[in-house]
Ligand binder design. Structure first.
Ligand SMILES: C[S@@+](CC[C@H](N)C(=O)[O-])C[C@H]1O[C@@H](n2cnc3c(N)ncnc32)[C@H](O)[C@@H]1O
Length: 264
């Protein structure tokens, strides 16, 4: 995914500026998440499968396929307007709960769960290059059967509820407060039962992003900070850094994919 950088740092030429709110570094509760525009977000980030998402998707596909899980309760946290983490969980899922805080994104997700748009077929095709996924003949119908969208904050996730999980571009991109980012990682890992496989993705060095006409905050995370936060709640951790495509990646350093097992 390619979060559009904040104005002045990117190639979009937008005149949208960071919010002139009382708080220049908003915490999660100060942001108007219901103003998130899922259509604009998909259009910019996912309407075409980009090389970096392709690489990440291949890696999480192979990771979950090798994780020796079957028929587990799965969660994707902060799903927003991205279905590929949920698709990567699908063959192994008794259920997939898509937990999202923004009402606009919850509405979008409910529509997509019923019957997802054709642009996601390209993502499934990548998954289906692996036999564990190819065995699932009707991913669209399967997601409609096992998927459930829940309006739930990452900060309110129950403990030890799920057997596999994903959280993509959330801890880095829901606040400008470093402590909240760390807290979100801890809540995500704590929501998984001990030993559960997970995949999480982070923007590194992001200073915010625009979706449609709105600007949203981010934390300028460094790789070492992510490593430390994840290591506190996980083992068998693997990291893979995706280098940005220059023309679209101004405003942040890159993306980090982390896989592992939760300590619980
Ligand atoms: C940068 S988007 C990432 C969306 C998607 N996971 C992706 O991979 O593109 C951040 C998402 O976190 C959601 N979000 C914001 N605050 C949240 C919270 N407290 N709990 C859960 N999700 C939240 C936003 O609504 C948005 O969908």
């Amino acid at each position: 995914m390619a979060l559009i950088p904040a104005a002045g740092t990117g190639c979009s030429g937008s005149s949208t500026s960071p919010p002139r709110a009382e708080s220049p570094k908003p915490v999660n509760s100060e942001v108007e998440w219901d103003g998130f525009d899922p259509g604009a977000y998909v259009e910019h980030n996912y309407s075409l499968l980009r090389a970096d998402d392709h690489e990440i998707l291949c890696r999480i596909r192979d990771f979950f396929a090798g994780a020796k899980i079957s028929h587990v309760r799965c969660v994707d946290v902060g799903s927003g307007a991205n279905l590929y983490p949920a698709l990567a969980l699908l063959p192994f899922a008794r259920s997939v709960e898509l937990c999202e805080w923004s009402a606009a994104n919850v509405g979008w997700l409910r529509g997509q769960i019923d019957r997802y748009d054709e642009c996601w077929d390209a993502y499934w095709q990548v998954c289906a290059e692996h036999p564990a996924y190819a065995a699932l003949a009707d991913p669209r119908g399967h997601l409609a059967r096992v998927g459930r969208v829940v309006q739930l904050s990452v900060f309110d996730l129950p403990r030890h509820a799920w057997g596999a999980g994903t959280m993509f571009f959330v801890a880095c991109s829901i606040s400008a407060d470093r402590a909240e980012s760390e807290h979100a990682i801890g809540r995500f890992l704590g929501a998984l039962r001990p030993g559960s496989p997970f995949a999480a993705a982070f923007m590194l060095g992001s200073n915010g992003y625009r979706v449609g006409q709105r600007w949203f905050p981010a934390v300028e995370l460094q790789r070492a900070e992510v490593v430390a936060s994840v290591a506190a709640g996980a083992y068998d951790v693997d990291m893979y850094e995706v280098r940005p495509t220059p023309s679209l990646r101004d405003g942040y350093l890159g993306m980090l994919l982390v896989t592992g097992r939760s300590r619980g």
